[in-house]
Design a protein around this ligand. Structure first.
Ligand SMILES: [Zn+2]
Length: 266
């Protein structure tokens, strides 16, 4: 990934995404108006932060992203595998639908999701001109939301998985993400012996490798181009929110993607 800074907002971007075809960014916590645990650019609206601060942060994000605020499409992220294909933004008066994968072919839509340790997965199909954004915590990883989403997108758009560009964004790493025996057991129950590749056993407990597990799921459906950010949220609190490291007292950072190249929205 490469890092950019503009008017106090610090963003990260995948090297492998073609800037002339797609606009995408991960917004760090830098450059917003939220205070305390939420400082600074909290985009989460349900964690106790002041609504006027969250709204101002969204406006700053969209200004930086180069798309209008009312281009946004987002969902109520519920750790499932429901996938939405949208041709239009979500009007502010319309409630979020539950889901953990969103796709569009409309260049006037900005897909946006919120994170604090869970794995963001971005997808760009430069041939069929599609963008997608997924949310995978341990539960989404377990039920392979990446695989489910890509299979659904192949069907919906007729994409060739070999042409897709996929990025796995900042999230909690395998050294920081300890899991209990019950979560470990669920992976072995569902994934069989394969789970051993992603659950590390150490003297102080079990650790789950969300990055490798999601990459494995995506490769199973034929994805070849995958860029890993290798940025751990829990180890970089100066730029990222970490639900685990900050014991729930934290904000949410955002990932945004749109088919309109930056600076080209009229
Ligand atoms: Zn870490």
């Amino acid at each position: 990934m490469y890092r950019q800074e503009k008017e106090g907002l610090v963003t990260y971007h995948f090297e492998s995404f073609d800037k002339s075809l797609v606009n995408h960014a991960f917004y760090t916590r830098k450059g917003g108006v939220s205070e305390g645990h939420f400082s600074e650019l909290n985009l989460g609206g349900t964690n106790g932060d002041k609504p006027e601060h969250v709204r101002e942060n969204h406006l700053r994000l969209f200004e930086n992203f180069g798309m209008p605020f009312d281009s946004r499409f987002d969902v109520w992220q519920v750790h499932g595998d429901t996938i939405h294909f949208t041709d239009s933004p979500r009007p502010e008066t319309q409630k979020h639908q539950p889901g953990d994968g969103i796709f569009t072919q409309n260049p006037d839509v900005t897909l946006i999701m919120r994170f604090a340790d869970c794995v963001p997965i971005m997808i760009h199909d430069p041939v069929k001109k599609v963008v997608g954004l997924l949310h995978a915590g341990w539960q989404g990883t377990l039920i392979e939301v990446g695989l489910v989403a890509v299979e659904a997108a192949l069907k919906e758009y007729g994409s060739d998985p070999a042409t897709l560009r996929v990025g796995i964004g900042p999230s909690i790493c395998s050294h920081c993400y300890q899991i209990g025996p019950e979560v470990r057991a669920r992976f072995f129950k569902r994934w069989g012996d394969e789970a051993a590749k992603f659950v590390n056993e150490t003297p102080d407990g079990y650790y789950l490798d969300l990055w490798a597990a999601n990459e494995w799921s995506l490769r199973k459906v034929g994805i070849q181009h995958i860029e890993q950010s290798h940025i751990c949220t829990a180890e970089n609190l100066h730029e990222w929110y970490s639900y685990r490291k900050e014991k729930g007292l934290t904000g949410r950072f955002a990932a945004a993607i749109s088919l309109t190249p930056k600076g080209e929205h009229g």
